[in-house]
Design a protein around this ligand. Sequence first.
Ligand code: SER
Length: 590
Amino acid sequence: MPMNSKEIRKKFLKYFEEHGHKIVESSSLLPDDPSVLLTTAGMQQFKPYFVGKANPIEDFGSLNVASVQKCFRTSDIDEVGDETHLTFFEMLGNFSFGGYFKKEAILYAHEFITKVCGLQIDYVSVFEGDEHVPEDLESGKIWRSIDEKVNIKKCGRADNFWGPTGSEGPCGPTTEIYVKNASGNSIEIWNLVFNEYYQNSDKSLRKLETPGVDTGMGLERLAMVCQNKKNIFETDLFEPFINLFVENAKEINLNKNFNIEKNLTDTVKRMLVDHARGIIFLISDGILPSNKDAGYIIRRLIRRYVSRMYQVGSLFGESLLPMVEFYKNFYSDIDYVKIDSIFSDESSKFLKTLTVGLHELHKLDAIDAVIAFNLYQSYGLPYEVIKDFGGNKTSKLNREEFEEEFKKHQEKSRAGLEKKFGGHGLILDTGELKAGSEEELKKVTRLHTATHLMQQALRNVLGSEVNQAGSDITAERTRFDFTFSRKLTPEEIQKVEDEVNSIIEKDLPMQKTVLPKAEAEKTGALYFSKNKYPDIVNVYFAGKTIKDAYSKEFCGGPHVNNTGEIGKFKIIKEEAVSAGTRRIRATVSF
Ligand code: SER
């Protein structure tokens, strides 16, 4: 019996646990690293450990760790629908920060693939060297010593040198393992990166003090070869859900004119399952639909997804339920109620204009970038939907020209904002709080008060060791850093969350008093030691009087009038930033 994906996960983690690795949970899809939009690789959460900025022994009790990491790659978004591309995927990886290097990494990978998975390696590749980095002779030798007959290909920088994510970071030569799938195609399934270098932002390389190991293997691809399938969509990670889509479409087909066989093509089915996973995981990590950054990615996914579902005449939010149930086995924080509420909200807004937009689109003869952008502007039809539904009419339309129009428009509206707000693209930017519109300002304000309450709750639950170390609030989430020596337990997180929600429910007034600094300090109000405060400061407190206030802090605002305005508070993620400093991301919703 071939292994199902659940068994593969389990065996992977078990194998590495038995070989001295600490198992670490996936980090959020929204990374701490400001140079990248989303998490694209397992190594991202470990960047500080590779460069000696954090101590793995203190945080994990081990120099070696393994994880199954949620990843999202936007570069492949246009390719989704073919046999291989995905936006969301899960990456199995083992990592070492000075514990072991090439020899053990290759031995582990070889043993796992050939013994645990019972697969045959077709060939491996190693780095052939270039003018900056020498050939990786060692990896070649190690492979030979394990298997005399192994087929080794030497490749250049494009194939066998990895990194960095973002503008700078650890990087190094790689060795990759290829296994044949059921169509006889050789598939790269495991990438073993030897992080020997650090790439600076000017692209120059310096040697890292301690070389590290970063490996990544897509769960979907491994499932494909383990289950001897022709492509990833035939594995147990996708096929059951694709079948459900088809069954649902047949049953519910509200749009009686719709020809399921003709319209629910393989391409569409693959896009639907891919986007469903993306929607579930992005929302779960606190990303809300908006017009920029990660918010724009989820908006695009939802719009494409809804457009197709609309055409099929199927149900929307409910279509995500079976997948949510499946992934809940592995990610306990996935919350269907939250996903459904955000998804339904966005999709119903979109549906209102979709029908009109599609009607307009069908009236047009030919669609170029300017017309396409107008359709986007007026009806929210994303590029992909215009391309998908426009068929031949869009043969001259390409993404570059569409993006060009988009940029032109953004420049225009930025110019408008500058006029309104005297040179700032953002209407609020205190360094800590950032909002781009009135709507965002409201959200940021609620998150800001919630952050005050959370700091107090953290001190109540964990003790006064907790002190603010940083804070960054956008319309999507609050990100709060604080001093604390260890990981929080799930119970502690729950306690903090419950305490904040109980204060919200009490609907305490959020008030401000202006005091000389020395007086303000006497009230016991918290302040951020890194900040320089003026002689006269504002103290915001939640409560009827400053004396019996639940929370008091030196602060410039803005805040809500009453805590009840905040809505429901939820902690999305707790993790290490560096030794002794933790980070919490939290959201608020109604
Ligand atoms: N960082 C490498 C990758 O993403 C190996 O984990 O492929």
